[in-house]
Each structure stands twice: as C-alpha cells, then as structure tokens.
Write a protein that binds this ligand. Sequence first.
Ligand code: NAI
Length: 486
Amino acid sequence: MKTKIAVANGDGIGPEIMQAVLRIFEANNVQLEYEFVEMGKSYFDAGYSTGMTPAAKETIEKLGILFKGPMETPKGKGVKSINVTARKVWNTYANQRDFRTLNGVETVFSKAGIPINLTIIRENIEDTYGGIEHLLTYDVAVGRRIITRPGSAQVIRYAFEMARRKGYTKLACGHKANIMKLTDGLFLETFQEIAKEYPDIQSSDIIVDDLCMKLVTHPENFEAIVLTNLQGDIVSDLCAGLVGGLGFAPSANIGDNISIFEAVHGTAPDIAGKGLANPTALLLSGILMLRYLGFTENAAQIENALLYTLERGIHTGDFGNKSIPAATTNGFANAIIANLGKVPSDGGVIGKENQDIKVGLQQQLSKNKLTVTKGIKEEMVGVDVFVEAGDLQPNELAELAKKRLTDNFNLIMISNRGTQVWPTGSIYTELVNEYRVRFEKKEGKTVTQKELLHIAADFSEDAKVCSVEFLMKFGDKIGYTLAQGQ
Ligand code: NAI
C-alpha cells in the first residue's frame, strides 16, 4: 500500500521544481501517493487569511506530512508568512538543515580540499518569530523574544537524538547568553541539563559570533550545532553559503505529529516560469522525507543518482562549470532519472544505515498539549513601569515616581534603552522618549500583584504608561536583568 502525503506546489519556481522532484520519485518507483493541497499566495489573494483553504489544513493534519514548494507572503498587507505560520501552528519544533560538500559544486572549501559535513538544528517555533511587536511610542518599537524551557528541551533533545542516529561524536550549542542572560541563558541551561543524558556525545557551547567566525575559517571542526530560532536562521544560511548556496540547502521541519519538508530558498521570482531553477534543494528535502518515512532504499538510490549527476558536471544555471552548458530544471531532473542505479566515485550513500531522521509518531489529538513545570516557589518582588515622559530629564521623572511610592516600596532605578540614567548615570547617555522605572518591595515586605498594578495606575496620572513587567523570583533564580550600569 502506498503512503499518502500532502503536497503543496508553492509559488514562483515552486511548481517547476516540485514537478521535477516528483518525476524523479516516480522514476524510482517510490510508493507514495500525493494529495495536492491549496496553499500559497493565490489563496491569500482569494481571501484566505492564513494562505490555505480549510480543506488543505484538514488534509495536512490528517496525513501528518507536508512536502511543500516555496511560498510567497504578500507584502504590505499585514499578513504573516505562511511558511512560518505552518511551522508554528503544527509545532514542527526542530528545523534540521544538513550541509555537506557535493562533488561538482565548487566552493572555496572544495577547492582547498576541506570537506564539510554538518547539521544545523534550529529551534523553529519560539524566539522573535512569535512576531509579538509593539510601538510603545512613536519613536520606540519593542519586540518580545520568547524562549521557553519545554520548547528548548524539545529541540535540544531532538538534536542529541539526531546526533546519535547520524553517528556524530559532538554537538555544540550556539547562543548569546552573555548578553541575553535570561532568554539564551535558559536555552543554554536546558542544553547543559539534557547533555548529561547523552554522555556518548561530546557537548560544548559557543557564543554565536565566535561560532560564525569559526564556521567560515574551520567548518570541518563542526558536526552538529543547535541554536535558537533567529540565530539558527542566520547561521544556517551562512552554512548554505559554505557548501554552494541556497540551491543546495534542504530542510526538514520536524514535529511529533506533523512534519514539513521544504527547500530553504524562496520562490525566486526573478527566474520563475523560465525552467531555469535548480531543483536540488527540494530534492534533498524530499530525500530527508523519504528517510523519515522509512523509504531508505529509495532515498539512497536517488541521492546516489544526484551525487553522480553533480559529479559528472551536470548543472543548472546557478552553479557549476560555466564551460559546460547549463541544463534546464527538466533537463537536470532527466539526467538524475537516467543516472538512477549509478553511484558516485566515493561509493555513495547506503540504504538503511543512513536513516538519519526519526520516524515520528502520528497521533490524533483531542486537546492541545500543555507543558508546565510545577512546584517552583515564586515570589513577586517589584515592577518595571515603562513610561513615555515627554521632555522630562531622568531626575524630574524620578521626583514624579517618588510621589507614587508607598511604605512597601523603594524606587530602584530608571533606565533608558536599557542603560541606567538614575540614580546614577552619565550626562553623555542619549535619551529617547521611553523610560523604564523600577520599583522594588522593601526587604521583609510581601506585595501583591494588585499593589504593583496600582503603582502603575497611579503613575499614569503623571506620565503615559506604555507597558508593565512584573519582577519575579523563582526559587533562588532572579527573573529579571539589571540595567547596564546598575
Ligand atoms: P529566494 O530564495 O527566492 O531568491 C534569492 C536568490 O536565489 C534569487 O536570485 C533566486 O533566483 C535564487 N534562487 C533561489 N532558489 C533558487 C533555485 N532553486 N535555483 C536557482 N536559483 C535560485 O529569496 P527572496 O528573493 O528573498 O524571496 C522571494 C520570495 O520567496 C519572497 O516572497 C519570500 O517571502 C519567499 N520565501 C519563501 C520561503 C519558503 O517558502 N520557505 C523561504 C524564503 C523566502
């Protein structure tokens, strides 16, 4: 019996490259059956605010696998990217991107004889991709960066498991916990906790800027790297550049119930409809999907045919030896089809042993899964009130804030753009019209959330309150950062 999957052609070059890949699958007698679903730009244009029809959503949730072409997000209409929405709504928490040297794809490193074979696992749901942003004043925009313990644990555990399956010996965690102490700090802390369960994998952590420098100088030193969403996005494109560009960058978005396989690149509107697109990235994504579904023999045969084809110098216009005429998308696919059964000079990849993506459990859910860490002692210690204060200088604002103090509180500090400007600061710190005013409870006092909200409400009579953040302690852990200079 054939395995049913959902397929979305996508926009721009999507239909051309998808057709090429499915032809290769067919030629290799892959036992898949496709349900084509309606998703993409034209469905936004037709009034579906999520960019897909209800029937498409139902099919994808029923089948659990979506193989998709790139999709365009209409600009300037305020709609969210369908690609990001799909990953988030269906909780495909791990984005796996494999990068390796391909014979026939010339890069600085291939010319120097330095082989690259590394995998980036990017957290796929959280971080700034929540898109929770606000203009607090006309001059000041803020975004919320959400990093959670369960979300981090899910992707980090996946990364360790993947490293084991692939026979990797090490996994690095890329982060910026030196600056983002609570968000990246939580990601790193979770990594270090989970690493204890995998003593066979050498774990290490590396600050993301240092990681970028080391990736471009010594990519051969890395095997697998796990990162938060935005940093992972940037670092994985950097890695795509190391192996020849976006045309060779596949991606698997793995969840426990639904998984999405797609190329990293976009719709390439500049070459759409011309038959020039390189289908390799989508084909490599399809190969990841075949392994995920257990079609490991097909995956190996198709990958070997692709590697053999590339090795023979056959290429589309975006890469390869310019003295050999470029093949069209279809011509390139035909060459791969003709080379099915051939193996590249290094002996090629092998069937079953190369199963590197876990086979997920698909469950029918009746309610949303909710994860909460229980039994942690919480204490409320104060409030940061963010205010727009017109032309007020810090000491003038402090006088207004002091008026709002009750016996339970101290005024601790005022900061502007995260830099303390009261009680001490520098006259050379430039200001914008949004301050953070920190009130903390006095030693030995207990305060309620209502009291803290009252402070903000009273303060709103003197200055426009833009937002309020509570200061919490969880066990021994302080749940807020100090201002620069505090
Ligand atoms: P892009 O990846 O579509 O194109 C960047 C450059 O790479 C262009 O010069 C293009 O011709 C070339 N290119 C990309 N894929 C190629 C291929 N397979 N063969 C040969 N050349 C290729 O990025 P861009 O221009 O920033 O985005 C275009 C559209 O794609 C936007 O609407 C964007 O939102 C969407 N997009 C969708 C993604 C997805 O569906 N996952 C991911 C990235 C962008």
